[in-house]
Design a protein around this ligand. Structure first.
Ligand SMILES: Nc1ncnc2c1ncn2[C@@H]1O[C@H](COP(=O)(O)OP(=O)(O)OP(=O)(O)O)[C@@H](O)[C@H]1O
Length: 306
């Protein structure tokens, strides 16, 4: 089966500036795909082009076999989009917002009620349908946006930073809905996020930097390729420990009172230290994280606050 999203040699220029430079990637149907990148990397440009909002400069972008440039309305009926900034009408109720969207998508009147029930059930908001959007919490509003994005039964749901600005508990809830959509409805989810722990639970992650995809794989494969477990050792006999590590070709960095060894052969390191226990007051092994993957590939932290 062909991938549901196929991007080949996509380039987008703003005047002379190349915002996205010849990128290619596929997304499998029914998967959760994360687009990760620092500010200005080209994420919004790519998402907006896939959603038929921006025009490409060159390349080919297909969703469910339909061309985002030549078959805009077919693509629009295949996708749902949830933007970072709310586009709900705060003066209307949840139900009214959803009804308006049904009109927008030409959904037959006889189907409207069934669809509203269906999407509200998906995001646990059936009891709240008569509430004004203005009276809802940030997390509830995001759930309404997701419900609205699903009302025309799209095959692909685009979510731009779906959990940004939400507290950790609400973020976890939103993720429950995202995973439910993927598992129970086989909806393909394409999202951008700057939370590493979120990228880590996706099926595939593409890391984009400076308009170029610099890595694209499963989170497991990326971690395996780009991170190493590290050992943090503290000692009362610095000279002896340094001599020991040097003798065994174990590169170390001395920092804040401990020695950090990036142990490619962790077993070997532990073996050496087990013979020389007297040099070690404490040893801690830390597994590589997705933050390390990002730092290793792009040379930068994703956001200053992370
Ligand atoms: N309309 C425009 N005109 C000129 N340059 C633009 C325009 N829109 C975006 N850019 C530039 O293109 C590059 C990619 O921008 P884009 O918004 O796609 O990045 P992003 O990865 O989504 O970043 P963020 O996380 O900040 O939203 C940036 O350098 C940006 O300044």
């Amino acid at each position: 089966m062909d991938p549901i999203i196929q991007v080949k040699n996509f380039t987008k220029r703003y005047g002379d500036f190349v915002a996205v430079n010849d990128i290619s990637f596929d997304v499998e149907e029914g998967s959760i795909f994360a687009f990760l990148g620092p500010n200005g990397a080209g994420k919004s440009t790519t998402i907006n082009t896939l959603c038929t909002i921006f025009e490409k400069t060159s390349g080919s972008l297909l969703i469910d076999g339909k061309d985002v440039t030549g078959q805009k309305s077919e693509v629009r009926s295949t996708i749902g989009v949830v933007f970072q900034d709310s586009t709900l009408d705060a003066k209307m109720t949840i139900e009214e917002n959803l009804k308006m969207h049904c009109v927008f998508y030409n959904i037959p009147k006889r189907e409207v009620e069934e669809r509203i029930q269906f999407v509200l059930k998906l995001v646990d908001l059936v009891a709240e349908r008569k509430k004004l959007v203005a009276a809802l919490s940030g997390g509830m509003k995001r759930r309404v946006e997701i419900a609205r994005g699903l009302i025309h039964y799209p095959k692909v749901l685009f979510l731009d930073e779906p959990t940004t600005g939400l507290d950790p508990q609400t973020r976890a809830h939103i993720w429950e809905y995202i995973i439910k959509l993927q598992k129970e409805r086989n909806i393909t989810i394409f999202l951008t996020t700057h939370y590493m722990e979120e990228a880590e639970i996706c099926s595939k992650v593409a890391i984009i930097d400076g308009g170029v995809i610099v890595a694209h794989d499963t989170p497991y494969a990326l971690k395996k390729k780009y991170t190493r477990d590290k050992a943090y050792i503290s000692t009362k006999n610095e000279a002896a420990l340094e001599r020991l590590l040097t003798e065994h070709d174990l590169n170390f960095i001395k920092k804040d009172g401990y020695y950090r060894v990036e142990a490619e052969y962790l077993a070997g390191l532990l073996e050496v230290l087990s013979i020389h226990k007297e040099y070690v007051t404490n040893i801690e092994i830390k597994k590589g994280t997705f933050n390390d993957v990002f730092l290793e590939i792009t040379g930068k932290k994703i956001r200053e606050d992370t």
